[in-house]
Write a protein that binds this ligand. Structure first.
Ligand SMILES: [Zn+2]
Length: 136
């Protein structure tokens, strides 16, 4: 089964040829990277030469396919340091203590921000690559 057929068969409704092409390119990029890396839409967008929104859409598809895990990193709004990260948006607490500022930050106020990144589920990725014959 080719990778394109795999997408055709598993995504409902079937994505457009353009979206399939983008997802394939994201996947090809991910394969060249260390699997323990954190992938942000901006970086992936740059790597495949598409706008971040397009990269986000492709990453969302790969997340839905179980190949990627989505993370929400909450950062201090003052020095951008990550305070904590969550795999479910509902788990983000109303406020988080910040050691550097010696106070709690809240995503409701403007003193913290959330950035979304993805990690590869190495086992699932290996299974896909083993089952799909990917043309180079
Ligand atoms: Zn802070």
């Amino acid at each position: 089964m080719s990778l394109l057929n795999w997408f055709k068969n598993t995504i409902s409704p079937a994505p457009s040829p353009r979206l399939r092409d983008i997802v394939s390119r994201v996947l090809a990029f991910l394969r060249t990277q260390p699997t323990d890396q954190e992938f942000r839409p901006k970086i992936v967008a740059k790597a495949i030469g598409e706008p971040p929104a397009v990269a986000s859409m492709a990453l969302g598809i790969l997340r839905d396919q179980g190949l990627l895990e989505e993370h929400y990193g909450v950062h201090c709004g003052v020095n951008s340091k990550q305070l904590n990260s969550y795999t479910c948006i509902k788990d983000i607490p109303k406020s988080l203590p910040c050691e550097d500022c010696e106070e709690s930050h809240s995503t409701l106020h403007n003193d913290s921000f959330v950035d979304i990144y993805y990690t590869v589920k190495a086992e699932e990725m290996a299974r896909l690559l083993a089952s799909a014959a990917i043309a180079a």
